[in-house]
Design a binder for this molecule. Sequence first.
Ligand SMILES: [Zn+2]
Length: 278
Amino acid sequence: MAPNVVRVGDIEITQLSDGMLEFDLCNFFPTIDEKNWSPYESHLHEHKVRFNLGSYLIRGGGRTVLVDTGLGPKPAETPDVPWGQLMNDFKAKGVRPEEVDMVVMTHLHRDHVGWNLTSQGGKYAPTFPRARYWMSKKDWETCHQPDVQPMRFPNAPTCVWPLAELGLVEFMNGEHSITRELTAVPTPGHTPGHMSILVTSKGERALVLGDAAHSPVQVLEPDWVSRADMDPDLTRQTRKALLDRLEREQILVAAGHFEAPGFGRIVRLEGRRYWRGL
Ligand SMILES: [Zn+2]
């Protein structure tokens, strides 16, 4: 089985998962004709796209950083959903929420912010009680736009906004150094303030991709945008530039929506680029 933990210099990256989501092709990729998927049938599950809800726990340099927090607890009215597992996975992998001292969100879509907070009797408390929460200023502003929020950031009012009242928010603006080893790199398009997280230690590097790609198929078809990509043209431009760099510099990739654990590299075979999982 692929490893759930990788080392990058002195840094250890552990994959944690909140479960998965599945969509019909025409639902998630409405502009891609179904026949175009036929060469990629092996990436599908009964003709659907399946996305892991991956978070990454990055430990080293005296810090424990959680990147993205999944979709959140299972709703009481639909207890059978295939997500809502993140806290179980913490337990299974022997990690306590108190160990996390920084939460970093690649962007503020609902499947990346779900476990930020718990609420009891109308009062919010951070799920990770020692953590401060890092997010892009641009996404914070966008998730407050009344014409955008209900569709694009449906759980922001309960999973993101209360962080400000609790005094826990740290904003990232442009390329942003988070710790000595972690740098947030703007990769806009999917959301206006989307960030990928670059890990650098002892000359080794890894990139937590965020939603700059949802499927390994997009390594071969970087023009394929999904309905979740807010600015399709910018998404394509960002994805191509990122794939160029990841291939050229052979940076290890942590791709939260690819099949778990989502660690791999961009390789070239006979002139075409591919995803090669670890
Ligand atoms: Zn996502």
